[in-house]
Design a protein around this ligand. Structure first.
Ligand code: DHB
Ligand code: FE
Length: 283
């Protein structure tokens, strides 16, 4: 059976792609953000995952407002990044892990999560940037399964539902007949709001409580309704649903425990409170 090694959570912001492109990692504005990543690089070098299952939200590159699946799973041999209009260069395509995609899709449907299956899928900054941050040298040594959760157009799935969904994805991976090592990625959050009268809204207290809860009480955030979470984290802060799915995916098996490898929190990058977290599954 496949081995689940852990999970990584990171914020995604198009401007990060621009900073990488311009080599600004040591610039005083960017340094506190990029300085969070070397411990993750070390962990990945030691753990050597083969596959990453990426929980993220699409922002209108592949799914637009006319067709918006609540949950979608990629089942393609390759996922291409494309111009999203942010003026940043496209990142390299991601290689798919098709066998695991179908394992996850079959298990999810069996568990009554009626997902959209995507044999073609463009991936935006939310799916492509984390890999560039985790493997800055490029030529990524992992294949991927993108798992997209709608956080952009109401109605959004409840936190409680996303937690159950993430757990079902974890079950599917744990039952995958493969000797490969799998890590989960959560891409999104933490608190931010890009538009309206609360544009620029950030909630450090809530963000830190949320990050801590993923260690001590992973279901903590499921007590809140979507509207409460938007109120606490902003209209885009609700992207934290991806982190909840990632954490839930780590609860499968006899040993639901995780240990914290590393975390970082820095305000702001663009309009966003950035979080970074690496959790290793305790076996
Ligand atoms: C920003 C944050 C996001 O999550 C996103 O998808 C786009 C932009 C920002 O802070 O600029
Ligand atoms: Fe986003």
């Amino acid at each position: 059976m496949a081995k689940i090694i852990g999970g990584l959570g990171t914020s995604h912001i198009p401007a990060i792609g621009g900073a990488i492109h311009k080599g600004l990692q040591q610039d005083p504005y960017w340094k506190p953000f990029f300085d969070g990543f070397p411990p993750i690089h070390e962990w990945l070098k030691a753990q050597k995952p083969d596959v990453m299952v990426i929980f993220y939200n699409d922002h209108g590159l592949n799914f637009f407002l006319d067709k918006m699946p609540t949950f979608a799973v990629g089942a393609a041999p390759q996922y291409v990044n494309s111009d999203e209009g942010w003026g940043i260069p496209s990142l390299e395509p991601l290689r798919g892990e098709v066998d695991l995609s179908w394992q996850i899709i079959n298990h999810l449907v069996d568990k009554e999560f009626d997902v959209t299956t995507c044999q073609e899928l463009l991936v935006d900054h939310a799916c492509s940037l984390p890999l560039k941050l985790f493997y800055p040298e490029g030529n990524y040594p992992v294949t991927v399964v993108p798992v997209c959760i709608n956080t952009v157009q109401f109605p959004l799935p409840k936190a409680h539902r996303v937690y159950a969904f993430g757990r079902a994805v974890g079950e599917a991976v744990a039952a995958w007949d493969s000797s490969k090592k799998v890590a989960f990625i959560a891409s999104g959050g933490l608190s931010h709001q890009l538009e309206g009268t609360r544009a620029g809204f950030i909630n450090k207290d809530f963000d830190l409580k949320f990050m801590e809860s993923l260690l001590s009480n992973p279901e903590w955030a499921t007590q809140f309704s979507i509207h409460e979470l938007v109120e606490k984290t902003g209209t885009q802060g609700i992207e934290l649903l991806a982190w909840l799915a990632m954490r839930a995916a780590l609860t499968v098996g006899d040993q639901p425990g995780v240990r914290k490898v590393h975390s970082n929190y820095h305000i702001p990058i663009s309009n966003t409170a950035t979080g970074l977290l690496a959790l290793e599954k305790v076996s």
